[in-house]
Ligand binder design. Structure first.
Ligand code: BYC
Length: 482
């Protein structure tokens, strides 16, 4: 590779990893980068590749560098390789090697485990872009469209983050894995994405907001656990990814709050107190609250599957080896080894769901899932304030963790949202009360009419209370030619 292209790469790719002088990674990127761009153009936001979008670009990890705003055509976005600053004398915080200096290179015996973790993390990032690629066409406003595109370019940057680790630290098999990340496709029966939720569709904006609230939050929990890693480059890269993740969850939290607000406004204006007068509410162009509950049921349960089985030797091995810690590991007041500790795990025993104290190490997925459920519950409480303020008697609830599960202890049983085990037949009968129906999907599709005039918002969603970069809500967040 010529010296001049080194220089070009170092300027087009914001980085703090000394890319200009890293011949090995530059060579790998020279092959991967065009394939990435081809993937982005064919699988990224459909129909808006040439539109200037008011985006935030991270060009350094310093305060003033990580949030630069301006119009960019998405294929020209400057995807960067940015790691949080190295913490001097950092030591491994948990597991067998607790107290030893963190690793700057991959420890040979854990190479396969670590690669697997990085590949799984990396796989989710392009998957979500693929899932969301048609949303631009039905955006309820330019503000929302811009937010979805921001999420998309950042997820793609998170792919870059994992690809950098693979190319830098895992030699030939790392380079091959990096290529595979661009070959698998969300929902493709022949080459699906690795985790279940990332093969589901995101066909409408309510699904998108639910996804960014529930599924991106799994991302947050997993990234927080990887940020504890004894493999320092993984810790540093995930720490920086977390700064971007916060906005994705905000998009979900505020998006659903705005949908609820509009529904409540429409109900109040038309003197409808009963949230179950569904036909009338739909007639008025708002999304009824019971449908929103069914969407919560779906997205929460599918996201819970992303935590793996409650009891997992993988999870125990990741922790023991110092590769993946617990949420807020360093704030936990225990020995950080967990060898003799117990943790309460939900199991199906004698036809009932019971909590059983189990060895804590293999129960780490369950523990992280518990942390996740607590966070989700806080978000749902905030949504419920919208109805309470409007005087509408309706509370959204998280379903029980046993509800609608495909992975782990509850995969082989059926449970109601309240957590009562059910026979298959009863479940089939109740299915349409619990989960979104085809009629719900059709209704949502009927609402998905694009609004491309600055400052206009679709009938089913209230305008945002906070703008982007302090701009007015009628700012032209995406310039659409024509
Ligand atoms: N679907 O011991 P088990 C994000 C597999 S999201 C399909 O129960 P383990 C984002 C598992 O791979 C966060 N397969 O579970 C959000 C294993 O297969 P192998 C992504 C599944 O390994 C929004 C087998 O079942 N990051 O960032 O302890 C937008 C037995 O596994 C599933 C991570 O997940 C599933 N749902 O835990 C964009 C962090 N669940 O190895 C991005 C890295 C399990 O026997 N990954 N399996 O072939 C991990 O820490 C772990 O791999 C998991 C699974 C938590 C996912």
């Amino acid at each position: 590779m010529s010296e001049s292209s080194h220089v070009a790469y170092d300027t087009i790719i914001p980085n703090n990893v000394g890319l200009a002088s890293d011949r090995k990674v530059l060579k790998a990127l020279e092959k991967w980068h065009p394939e990435f761009l081809a993937w982005w153009k064919s699988m990224g936001p459909d129909g808006f590749q040439e539109s200037p979008v008011y985006l935030r670009t991270a060009i350094s990890v310093e305060r003033e560098g990580w949030a630069q705003f301006g119009y960019v055509k998405m294929p020209e976005y400057r995807w960067g390789i940015l790691l949080a600053p190295q913490v001097e004398n950092r030591t491994i915080g948990f597991g067998e090697y607790q107290g030893e200096p963190v690793w700057q290179e991959v420890p040979g015996e854990y190479r396969a485990l670590l690669r697997r973790l990085i590949v799984i993390q990396g796989d989710t990032e392009p998957a979500s872009v693929e899932q969301q690629r048609f949303l631009g066409k039905t955006a309820p406003s330019l503000y929302d469209m811009r937010n979805a595109f921001q999420v998309n370019v950042e997820e793609a940057r998170h792919l870059w983050a994992m690809v950098y680790l693979l190319q830098k630290y895992f030699g030939r098999d790392g380079r091959e894995e990096a290529q595979e990340l661009l070959r698998r496709r969300s929902g493709d029966p022949d080459a699906p994405r690795l985790l279940g939720a990332f093969n589901e569709e995101t066909p409408d904006w309510l699904s998108f907001f639910m996804f960014t609230f529930f599924t991106d939050r799994d991302g947050k929990m997993q990234l927080e656990s990887l940020a504890q890693s004894g493999f320092d480059p993984l810790s540093r890269t995930t720490r920086f990814m977390l700064t971007e993740e916060a906005h994705h969850m905000y998009v979900g939290q505020s998006g659903i709050a705005r949908v609820l607000q509009r529904t409540c406004q429409v109900m109040a204006k038309n003197q409808i107190d009963d949230p179950f007068r569904i036909d009338e509410i739909r007639e008025l162009g708002a999304i009824d609250l019971p449908l929103i509950q069914r969407k919560v049921n779906f997205h929460f349960s599918v996201s819970l599957d992303l935590f793996g089985s409650e009891i997992s030797t993988n999870a125990a091995n990741f922790f023991d080896a110092g590769l993946k810690g617990r949420y807020k590991e360093l704030d936990i007041d225990d020995d950080h080894r967990l060898v003799d500790d117990l943790y309460p795990v939900l199991k199906v025993i004698d036809g009932r769901i019971q909590s059983v104290d189990s060895p804590a190490l293999p129960a780490l997925n369950m523990r992280l899932r518990d942390d996740y459920v607590r966070e989700c519950a806080r978000g749902v409480e905030r949504w419920n304030l919208v109805m309470a303020k409007a005087g509408i008697e309706f509370k959204l609830k998280l379903p029980h963790v046993a509800f609608n599960r495909a992975i782990g202890e509850f995969a082989s049983v059926e449970a109601s949202p309240e957590g009562h085990l059910m026979q298959q037949k009863e479940w089939q009968q109740q299915h349409d009360h619990y989960l979104p129906t085809t009629e719900d999907a059709d209704f949502l599709q009927s609402l998905m009419q694009p609004l491309h005039q600055p400052g206009q918002y679709a009938s089913w969603i209230a305008p945002p209370t906070r703008s982007i970069d302090n701009l007015p809500n009628d700012f032209e967040y995406v310039r659409i030619p024509g």
